[in-house]
Design a protein around this ligand. Structure first.
Ligand code: F3S
Length: 411
């Protein structure tokens, strides 16, 4: 790998041990993946924030790096934590967990990271330009940045992303290179895809088939809102490892004349029911209804307010979002409206990485395919997956729609 004189000096330790460690990580990753050089990055999104996943070893690693003088040199935002950093007590998280989680946030702050705690950094000012090289962790954000914004990033791991932030560079391989951004799987959609959960279901099926290939969708032009693309990409990143996709007539690189690789395969999707079947378990009573995976934008919150229509909820209802988005929602009266119905707009956190076993929930409903795919194994709850409307009704009645007449069903 060819390094500039400045990069060689950083690798030799001229800028201190913290920078040397970051260079070693980025250069090692570059060598493994056959990169020939490093590229400057415009921004970084760091994952690995919940103390539940990091543990004491992870916290110590961050503190040590900060103690070695490492500081980020490009705008760097942070993934969700394992709790709302302000309202954790009201939500029921323990003092022990909260204390350690806040220590993790403090360690990131010392490293110079903006402690945004969201998986939608593009909703809080970290919006890369088309063609800009970035180093983002968090698979749903990576997918959105590459596909919808046209920026260039691989699926970074936590330490790799932080290292890139500290040296302001990443290794030029994978999706940083033109040739790897061509579609290798043409996806022909022949069934209606109308709702957010339909987009998630489609993403779930395509992700499973695509693994880490680059899909090119045909037949979706009509229905693609930004929320729909967010749901589609998050689902493909969860059931597969899709980091970039194109939608004919919609996404920025889809009209490249050479967008389809010559040896691409074709996949036809004509039925979303297998995804709904795979993501649903047979539970009737719903303890928690979760919206905001990926973190909700203002329109999504407003939609839930509209569907609640002033009714009270019987289940717990959480909408997870970025703190900055929550503040805007508060200004617009949306938080008050949700809280008046007994729900909560929860900032900073993600249910999948939260210590949910500390709370009393056993079942969850969500319109997010990524959430539905991860919650059973990561948070230990049984899941119902359906439309935003079905989830709102579940919150109001406390049972999954259609299950009202079966009072003796399981759970
Ligand atoms: Fe975000 Fe957590 Fe979903 S990180 S995409 S809310 S699983």
């Amino acid at each position: 790998m060819k390094l500039s004189a400045e990069e060689q000096a950083m690798l030799a330790g001229d800028s201190g041990p913290g920078v040397r460690k970051a260079m070693e990580i980025v250069v090692t990753l570059g060598r493994i993946y056959g990169a020939r050089r490093l590229v400057s990055v415009g921004s970084v999104q760091v994952a690995g924030v919940s103390y539940r996943n990091l543990g004491e070893a992870g916290l110590e690693f961050l503190r040590e790096w900060a103690g070695q003088g490492a500081r980020v040199r490009v705008p760097t935002t942070l993934n969700p934590a394992g709790m709302d950093l302000h309202a954790w007590r009201e939500l029921g998280f323990s003092e022990t967990f909260a204390h350690r989680q806040l220590a993790v946030i403090e360690a990131y702050r010392r490293l110079g990271v903006r402690t945004t705690c969201t998986c939608t950094p593009y909703l809080v000012g970290n919006v890369p330009r088309r063609g800009e090289h970035i180093a983002w962790a968090e698979s749903s954000a990576v997918s959105y940045a590459n596909s919808v914004l046209g920026a260039r990033t691989n699926r970074e791991g936590g330490p790799g992303a932080l290292a890139a932030a500290i040296i302001g560079r990443t290794a030029a391989y994978g999706l940083h290179l033109d040739e790897n951004r061509r579609a290798t799987l043409r996806v022909v959609v022949r069934c209606p895809v109308r709702t957010l959960s339909d987009f998630g279901a489609l993403g779930y099926l395509v992700g499973k088939a695509a693994r880490n290939r680059v899909p090119y969708f045909v037949g979706l032009e009509e229905a693609c809102s930004e929320s729909a693309l967010k749901a589609l990409g998050a689902a493909m990143a969860a059931s597969g490892a899709v980091a970039l996709y194109h939608v004919a007539g919609v996404t920025p690189e889809a009209d490249r004349p050479d967008v389809l690789a010559p040896d691409h395969e074709t996949l036809v999707i004509d039925d979303l029911r297998p995804a709904y079947a795979a993501l649903n378990s047979d539970v009737r009573k719903i303890d928690l209804v979760w919206f905001g995976c990926p973190h909700a934008d203002l329109e999504e919150i407003a939609e839930i307010v509209r569907l609640l229509a002033g009714r009270q909820v019987k289940s717990a209802l959480w909408i997870t979002t970025a703190r900055e988005v929550r503040e805007k929602a508060e200004t617009e009266g949306l938080v008050t409206a949700i809280e008046a119905g007994g729900g909560r707009v929860v900032a900073d956190m993600c249910v999948v990485v939260a210590p949910m076993q500390e709370l009393s929930f056993r079942t969850l409903a969500t319109p997010s395919a990524k959430g539905a795919a991860y919650v059973p194994s990561h948070a230990g709850l049984q899941v119902r997956y359906g439309t935003v409307e079905q989830c709102v009704e579940a919150a109001v009645t406390g049972v999954w729609p259609g299950c009202e007449a079966t009072p003796h069903s399981r759970i």
